[in-house]
Ligand binder design. Structure first.
Ligand code: GLC
Length: 742
């Protein structure tokens, strides 16, 4: 439709029809043959009239060509103006093919890999009828207690957050939203949701505007600059005001300063939650606060549906804001081509041929392998020698549940298991014992009871546990090397999964200890959605491969990797803490006036653990041995219009070929506000043949030296800097240079 036709359509709409466009509900009501039952059942909290249901503008988490068409047909059959529904979904790490969880994708440090994963996911989702995806989540995340770090593609670093936000938004949206394979990106959660106090989900966020601009805003800004069509507000308050009704955040920063013209949707029920926050006195005030702040769509709260009309009739201002919101919503529907074809790119035929096709599965496996992080490889225990007897032990060896807590649409039956794949490759040579459950029933019951679900009792659990360990020991005794597959339960990570204990479950640690007594080489394959505490078990392990929740092709990707058919290249995007007491821990911290120094008492440290993280940001090993030498700067002084070229020599001193992520960090030694001890400013992922030597260059420019000062100006200041180059944020070569505004 042409713009003027959209305006004409808007002018035909009744108040109810306009407000309906600003309401989002679950779409099942249109699949049910008992609408009233749905309104008094799953949707009872929304107090919606049947009439309003057939005015809503969008539905969430309905996907699949047949379902989407059925819902659209049912809705349009009762829609006076035939304005199609928008279908919005949580396709966080893939639709049918589940890719690695976002924190894992970020560990690839490979934007092309992330782009490819997103494009496949976008194509699958588009032909299955999705119009909008609630992705990427780009909340900077420093606290491993927070369950949603698993969704954070940039981890603890603002530069990675910016780069990945841009990559993913452009991969979803392409150049023309109506094209098959393209869907609108709804970036979340604005803002600073990753900074919830104590890592407790939905908790308070309070920080200086300078901190917010330095660390948390850049990724959202990059997403907006990349053309994101939608933003979702976060559950938390930001400096005393819930994000969802925060005028400063939405009007001043997002709309005026960053020029965002797209749709802003609340998170699930977040408008109504402003009452619980103690900000809105009642539902009508919640509606007023949200529309005045600039929320265009109310996700699943019913506040707009039931209270916006009175405000609209009382106040011309509100009428104007409603019209602006509806215009944004109609504009997105038009960009998606829904007025010409209400089914969008939904296509049953393509759905049957494209979803989970073998070419994409093969590609997914390659991409997945880039997300694994080799944390330890003592005595080159990896890759495994295939002439050795291998004992596969642990609850994740024969388990298809490796796709993470946001992959509700993926087809898990297609997930191979490590056991299957090993048997395919090595036949009867493979020995297997489960060894233990992922969690003891009492831990599972804690999760169930917290969700109001009935607890389960297991007879003789401790005896069963001892029997499983005994069997594992017998199996391990026959083997030359033990491969353990352990980690978090997938329901321990994701939304509402904050934990005060980030170590592996006791029963798993018990298994490790018992097997350790056999004095055989032991490799741990770690399945988790957050940095976990490894300090109490690391010494007992010869190898540790971090695989996160690797998705549909994870088992094959892991098996090929530990058998040497592929070489790990991932690097951590979040620091691993010594233990939960160290949270939040991150690499780009300030020095303090009493930086930690061994053997000194009155310095910034803990008495009982080392001050540095257990595994640092940017860290990850390879089967190769990369040696960094000859850091060279073409000059040691620059003015604001110049650059300094930094080069470094890297030698692959091994017989393996593989990738290395060369990282460049900069420290501003002093400034008008204190500056972090180092900040990632550039990186390159380079391929090395066996024994290959490469010289890798980076250019330092003035933009890399800028920061937010006390007056909230984004500036660089003359002075001295350090530059660091290495394969992680700690083992680096360093040199100095000066910026002089001469
Ligand atoms: C959830 C999450 C958000 C998700 C939305 C829709 O509560 O916070 O990330 O996209 O609701 O399911």
């Amino acid at each position: 439709m042409k713009y003027k036709e959209i305006i004409e359509l808007l002018n035909k709409m009744t108040i109810e029809e306009k407000i309906g466009q600003m309401v989002q509900i679950g779409g099942d009501v249109f699949l049910s043959d008992d609408t009233n039952g749905m309104l008094t059942g799953p949707l009872k909290n929304l107090h919606l009239s049947k009439k309003m249901v057939y005015h809503v503008g969008s539905v969430l988490n309905i996907i699949g060509a047949e379902k989407v068409k059925k819902v659209q047909d049912e809705y349009l059959s009762k829609s006076r103006l035939k304005i199609p529904l928008l279908f919005m979904d949580d396709i966080i790490n893939g639709y049918k093919i589940a890719f690695p969880i976002p924190i894992a994708q970020g560990c690839s440090w490979n934007t092309k890999a992330i782009q490819k994963m997103t494009e496949i996911s976008s194509m699958e989702s588009s032909i299955a009828g999705a119009n909008v995806n609630f992705s990427p989540m780009v909340d900077l995340s420093r606290d491993a207690r927070w369950g949603r770090v698993m969704e954070s593609i940039g981890g603890e670093d603002p530069l990675l957050g910016e780069i990945y936000a841009k990559t993913v938004v452009k991969a979803y949206q392409g150049k023309n939203l109506s094209e098959i394979g393209k869907i609108a990106s709804c970036v979340k959660h604005i803002a600073a949701y990753g900074a919830v106090e104590a890592g407790r989900d939905y908790n308070t966020v309070d920080m200086s505007e300078r901190e917010f601009r330095q660390y948390y805003l850049p990724a959202y800004k990059a997403a907006i600059e990349a053309g994101a069509e939608m933003l979702m507000t976060s559950f938390n308050i930001l400096n005393g005001i819930p994000s969802t009704v925060n005028q400063w955040l939405i009007q001043e920063v997002i709309r005026k300063e960053l020029g965002f013209k797209g749709i802003i949707i609340s998170d699930y029920g977040a408008i109504e939650e402003t009452i619980a926050h103690g900000y809105s006195a009642n539902e009508k005030e919640a509606a007023k606060n949200a529309i005045n702040a600039g929320i265009d769509i109310d996700m699943m709260s019913g506040i707009y549906a039931n209270y916006l009309k009175d405000l609209y009739l009382e106040n011309q201002e509100i009428e104007n804001k409603v019209n602006e919101s509806v215009l944004r919503i109609l504009t997105l529907k038009n960009k998606l081509g829904l007025f010409e074809n209400p089914y969008g790119n939904t296509n049953e035929v393509k759905e049957n041929t494209y979803l989970m096709n073998s070419k994409n599965l093969e590609k997914a496996k390659e991409l997945t392998q880039e997300t694994f992080v080799l944390l330890k490889n003592k005595n080159r225990v990896l890759p495994l020698k295939t002439n050795k007897k291998i004992a596969l032990i642990g609850p994740y060896i024969d388990n298809i549940g490796i796709t993470g807590s946001w992959s509700m649409f993926s087809d898990r039956t297609k997930n191979g298991t490590i056991l299957d794949i090993f048997k395919e490759i090595m036949g009867s040579q493979v020995l297997y014992a489960k060894g233990c459950e992922i969690l003891r029933q009492e831990e599972i019951n804690k999760i169930l009871s917290a969700e109001g679900l009935p607890m389960v009792h297991v007879e003789n659990e401790s005896q069963k546990e001892q029997d499983m360990i005994a069997s594992a020991i017998q199996t391990a005794k026959k083997a030359d090397v033990i491969v353990l597959a352990l980690g978090e339960h997938y329901r321990q990570t994701g939304e509402a999964c904050s934990r005060s204990n980030i170590s592996l479950p006791e029963n798993q640690i018990q298994l490790i200890n018992k097997l350790y007594a056999l004095s055989k080489p032991m490799v741990l394959i770690l399945f988790n959605g957050r940095p976990v505490q490894l300090s109490t078990i690391e010494e007992k392990l010869d190898g540790i491969l971090e695989v996160w929740f690797p998705g549909t092709t994870g088992a094959k990707a892991i098996t090929e990797m530990i058998l040497g058919e592929n070489n790990p290249s991932g690097k951590l995007t979040m620091s691993f803490p010594q233990n939960v007491g160290q949270c939040p821990v991150y690499y780009n911290h300030y020095n303090t006036g009493r930086p930690h120094h061994k053997n000194l008492r009155y310095v910034s440290r803990y008495q009982d653990i080392p001050t540095e993280s257990f595994y640092p940001f940017g860290y990850g090993l390879s089967y190769c041995d990369f040696k960094y030498t000859e850091l060279y700067l073409n000059k040691h002084k620059m003015n604001k219009n110049e650059t300094i070229t930094v080069s470094v020599k890297i030698e692959n001193q091994s017989d393996y070929a593989g990738y290395e992520v060369i990282q460049l960090y900069i420290q501003d030694l002093y400034g008008s506000v204190v500056r972090p001890i180092k900040e990632l400013k550039a990186f390159k992922k380079e391929y090395f043949k066996p024994h290959e030597i490469k010289y890798v260059d980076f250019d330092i420019d003035i933009h890399m030296l800028k920061f937010w000062n006390e007056k909230l100006e984004f500036v660089a200041e003359s002075g001295e800097f350090k530059v660091f180059v290495g394969g992680d944020s700690v083992n680096v070569l360093e040199d100095k240079f000066e910026l002089d505004f001469y």
